[in-house]
Ligand binder design. Sequence first.
Ligand code: KG4
Ligand code: ZN
Length: 342
Amino acid sequence: MKILGIETSCDETSAAVVENSKTLSNIISSQTVHKYYGGVVPEIASRIHLQLISKIVEDALNEAKTDISELDGIAVTYQPGLIGSLLVGTNFAKAFSLRYSKPLVPIDHIEGHIYSGFLEKSEIEFPFITLVVSGGHTILFLVSSFTQYQIIGATRDDAAGEAFDKIGKILGLDYPAGAKIDKLAKEGNPKRFAFPRGLINSNDFDFSFSGLKTSVRYFIEKHYKNVVSIPESDLKDICASVQEAIVDVLIYKSVKALEFYNIGTFVIAGGVSANSRLRNKIQGLSVEKGFNVVIPKIQYCMDNAAMIALLGELKLKNTPKETFFDYAFKANPTPIRSRKSS
Ligand code: KG4
Ligand code: ZN
């Protein structure tokens, strides 16, 4: 089966072609203009999706050497996300489906992340635990099958990526700051400053990052006249220490969940799983503690359409085709935690 996937839930315009769980193409265009505003501006994001979507889909089909007639269906992200951005993708997909008589599968973006490990490794045994960690989400899922999963822990305030971005802003770094902090941290000392590890001793699998952000703000105010006066070596040490605090809690709670539920496989997904310290540390721990770890390539960690196409293919294989000519579904911005959990 060949499926075209479309993803426009936030600030990445992406289209991909997946065939039997193998990625033939995965085009991702990240919108960089938002750095001038210190965060994603929804109206600008949807306008850029609108400008790019046709070309990105065309490129994805060309790179996959696939003619529209060869497609068995299309899959599109319909929730959660920015409403304007979701509307661009869903309306494009509905029109495409109608024009070319292709079944259309609406996909939940977070479910895309949960199962994105299968783009890296075709056989992952259920049950496993997935940590979805991005700019908008920090959630631990216990995943029992392709249709069953439950939230076992989540952030009570900021997402981990949001913490990287907001702390980056305090440090004078452009949005999104995660990758920049990661880079600066490589030359810094993670032990120099002891920043708080929120909720590390709580009796659950929840996270909290807003205290860390506040603590960095007070630290900078106390020790430096302003951001530009921070010496470069201090900045590197602050970045390394902040990153260590975030990575420590993410890993501590994930390993605690693996042990509590007696699960042997851990998958990470979402933009923050691109973090080099997180990737190295979890890899090292998996050897030490004897669990399997699936760390998808960065193009599958960030927002991407391949994960949407993969799930679309799965749903199409297991449901009568006629079900997927129903255009009544609506773009839905509501975050997963505010909906009924499955
Ligand atoms: O999944 P994603 O592309 O978009 C959503 O938020 O849904 O994730 C973007 C987030 C941003 O907060 C960005 O700062 C963070 O991922 N990020 C990183 C790294 N690369 C991206 N955080 C830490 N280290 C990185 N290398
Ligand atoms: Zn995402």
